[in-house]
Write a protein of this length. Structure first.
Length: 164
């Protein structure tokens, strides 16, 4: 008996240059996630009040909700400040929490100093095929410039440069 294998789905790659050091960019992206992450981008049942990334391997990425609950949507897999981090994207194609790590895609964000004092921030969201049915649709949604990672990176850049 053979098992069907999902075809590989290309990653979503977005990069941006911010006028900040890698240390500042990493801090704003991780410790100050709530300062730039849009309140509309959550999977909770009630409105999101705060986005949180706990530092270190196994740290949760979650939102606090207006109803007092919290909803996890990621878990830190690798933590190497200020150079990079990798997190499991624990969201199903139906925009619900996915507890099974084998069914999660990954988001890697790296921060590389540039000769002119700025920082290249590169995001790669990969392994969409792990989500199974609906994975191509998820890739299309998070790859959308108007509402996906492109928008989020622009919001992150604006916040980082305002802090500077």
């Amino acid at each position: 008996m053979t098992t069907a294998v999902m075809p590989l789905i290309p990653p979503v790659c977005v990069s941006i240059v911010v006028n900040a050091t890698p240390e500042l960019a990493f801090r704003v992206y991780t410790e100050e996630l709530d300062s730039w992450w849009p309140k509309s981008h959550h999977i909770g049942q009630s409105a999101m009040t705060r986005a949180v990334m706990e530092p270190g391997v196994n740290g949760r990425v979650y939102s606090e909700q207006e109803d007092g609950g919290s909803v996890q949507w990621g878990k830190v897999l690798e933590w190497d400040p200020p150079r990079r981090f990798v997190m499991a994207w624990q969201i199903t194609p139906r925009w619900q929490f996915e507890p099974d790590g084998a069914k999660c895609s990954e988001v890697e964000v790296s921060f590389t100093a540039q000769p002119d004092g700025q920082t290249l921030v590169a995001l790669e969201h990969r392994h969409f095929e792990r989500h199974g049915e609906g994975s191509a649709t998820m890739r299309s949604q998070v790859g959308n410039e108007a509402g996906g990672w492109g928008l989020l990176m622009q919001l992150f850049k604006a916040k980082t440069e305002a802090v500077r």
